[in-house]
Design a protein around this ligand. Structure first.
Ligand code: HEM
Ligand SMILES: CC(C)=CCC/C(C)=C/CC/C(C)=C/COP(=O)(O)OP(=O)(O)O
Length: 305
């Protein structure tokens, strides 16, 4: 796809402003990482019948958080050229030159090594799986997939879906099929989460030459895909209950949230109005938050009941 951009660190913005601690915080995509950590913590709690050991929770969340933050920092460095071309990202610290490429790389490298070391204390499996997720997002998705195919975020979404499994492995040291159900849940949620935003920001992506679905296949097709994925999510959302991993609190909570998401997707497809794609994106964030709180509440209820 010659007309689409490929990442390059060339053409760096001049470093005209001084970096502040807030710039370094912004590089870590703190709100996304906070949500990833919530899903990791739910994985930790569901891995054991009562409470997971405190040291596994603390080291696990710190390690997964640092590695996720490192991946986000590397994403800022690699994407700096396209970030400068999009309204949504034009003010980012590396794109604007407030943080230089080498400083950002050093910061990301430090977070990556420290995060890996903390997880290594727990067990080698969680350390390597988390590192693989970092590579999946920072290298496979950001460097390659994002510019290669409109299915970029579907495949790349696997890295962002991993934290519940990482949390689970942090506590048990082994892989469990139940943890995979949580991964599949986020994996199915990611396309409607992102494509709603991509419709809202379609011009940005077209201008930057990134082959996101609304740019390559049009907005109508993307709305259809969003609807299909939300309907699939209604079905996938039943799996933790069908597998006996979660009870009725989760079942009714997730059904309400998933049907709510499908309703937004239906409106977007058949009764679109100004700002609805953005509202659907915002809903997706509350939706994934609610889904994991429901899993946690359900588990707590069963543990004390
Ligand atoms: C490949 C997978 C994903 C893609 C492409 C993606 C894309 C995005 C984008 C572009 C934004 C920025 C919107 C803006 O600038 O206002 C965003 C925001 C957000 N995403 Fe995702 N996302 C992915 C996976 C995830 C996952 C797995 C989670 C957590 C479970 C998540 C949670 C969030 C949150 C909480 C925000 C809001 C951040 C803020 O307001 O600063 N995302 N996502
Ligand atoms: C270790 C581990 C679990 C790693 C995963 C880390 C991580 C931060 C995943 C979140 C995915 C995400 C925000 C994608 C958006 O990237 P984008 O480049 O498409 O969006 P942007 O344009 O806002 O940068």
């Amino acid at each position: 796809m010659a007309k689409f951009n490929t990442p390059s660190l060339a053409n760096s913005a001049p470093n005209t402003e001084t970096a502040q601690w807030r710039d370094y915080l912004e590089l870590t995509k703190p709100k996304v990482v906070a949500m990833l950590l919530l899903t990791a913590m739910v994985g930790m709690c569901l891995a054991v019948p009562s409470l997971p050991p405190a040291h596994a929770v603390i080291l696990g969340l710190l390690g997964i958080g640092m590695q996720s933050a490192a991946a986000a920092v590397f994403n800022h460095v690699i994407d700096q050229r396209i970030d400068r071309q999009m309204q949504r990202t034009i003010h980012r610290p590396v794109a604007k030159g407030r943080v230089g490429t080498s400083q950002a790389l050093a910061f990301g490298g430090l977070l990556m090594v420290a995060g890996f070391a903390l997880l290594w204390v727990l067990n080698a499996l969680v350390a390597w799986l988390t590192f693989a997720s970092l590579i999946g997002y920072a290298v496979v998705y950001t460097v390659w997939l994002k510019h290669a195919t409109p299915q970029n975020i579907v495949i790349g979404g696997l890295a962002g879906a991993m934290p519940p499994l990482l949390g689970w492995v942090a506590v048990t040291g082994t892989l469990d099929p139940h943890a995979l159900l949580l991964v599949i849940l986020i994996f199915t949620w990611t396309p409607p989460h992102f494509w709603a935003l991509a419709i809202h920001r379609e011009k940005d992506y077209a201008k930057a030459g990134v082959p996101m679905l609304p740019v390559t296949h049009g907005v109508e097709f993307t709305k259809t895909m969003i609807l299909l994925y939300t309907l699939l999510l209604v079905v996938v959302g039943l799996l933790p209950w069908l597998a006996g991993m979660s009870g009725l609190i989760y079942l009714f909570g997730s059904l309400a949230l998933n049907l709510g998401f499908a309703w937004y997707a239906w409106q977007l497809k058949f009764h679109d109005r100004k700002g609805l794609a953005w509202q659907t994106f915002k809903y997706s964030i509350w939706h994934v938050f609610g889904l994991f709180v429901a899993l946690l509440a359900d588990h707590a209820w069963r543990a004390i009941g």
